[in-house]
Design a protein around this ligand. Sequence first.
Ligand code: CP
Length: 331
Amino acid sequence: MAKTDQNTKKSELDAPAFQIPTPKLKHLIGIEGLTALDIHFLLDRAEEMVDISRQVDKRRHTLSGRTLINLFFENSTRTQSSFEIAGKRLGMDVINMAVAQSSVKKGETLVDTAVTLNAMQPDLLVMRHHAAGAAELLAQKVGCSVINAGDGAHEHPTQALLDALTIRRKKGSIEGLVVAICGDVAHSRVARSNILLLNTLGAQVRVIAPSTLLPSSIESLGVTAYRSMEDGLKGCDVVMMLRLQKERMAGAFIPSMREYFRFFGLDKARLKLAKEDAIVMHPGPMNRGVEIASEIADGVQSVIVEQVEMGVAVRMAVMEVLQQSCAEDAT
Ligand code: CP
């Protein structure tokens, strides 16, 4: 059962009163395909990991002797290091593939790299790649479990899970909350995974962005689209800011950074439009003064540092559940 910072009433959708069955998951490629019960199970397991991670001895040893390979073709601070820490807390041997020094640089294909790593009998491969669908492809080529740590603008499932854990701990439940996802929705895998998860758990999701950063079909994902922060932020419980994903932009989508902050940056005046107890989130890395003012990023409503802590717990939970599911299949 979730711990709460507030005594918010829970609905059945948000907190089932029965024992949730362990999800049968070999891979975690996306939030797409997960049920509300799967998500609750992972979040409940992550709660246990938060407690363990706050102890002096943080080791759990449930995955002792197993091997995790981190394969990051794109830069990362939070995701890669939290998978490494999570793996070590569970007792795994963790290898961080230095992609810049690997044979990928000599022209080896993703599939050949995957098959080569698979021959070393890892139990888990965690991959971040610039191409949407790369993790799915990898999962088809290897025998071990694959976790998608971000594939292009497609999905970043563990980010959405850690965001959900953070929200649930702060608000008590997710069902019925009004969540505004603001900024570069068009290029964001974080936005897509969060939209899928938050809708599955019954939140009302809004997206706020300039037209150039909103896919025309976005409302088919079950969100309400706003082109103005002033309209979209009114009455929100959660304000989730996104970075401009310049590495995925071909061409100019905004006139200038200064102009973008003027109309779409989160500052004190705009945050006042949300509920008084609204929380402010950001997956990081942040661009202060572009999408968020420093005084908001460091302010009392910000839960950005807590999101990072939840990242380790969620990744411990996901890896343990995937391995448990594989072990049950093998018996
Ligand atoms: N949120 C996130 O994916 O951060 P990193 O790019 O630092 O991993």
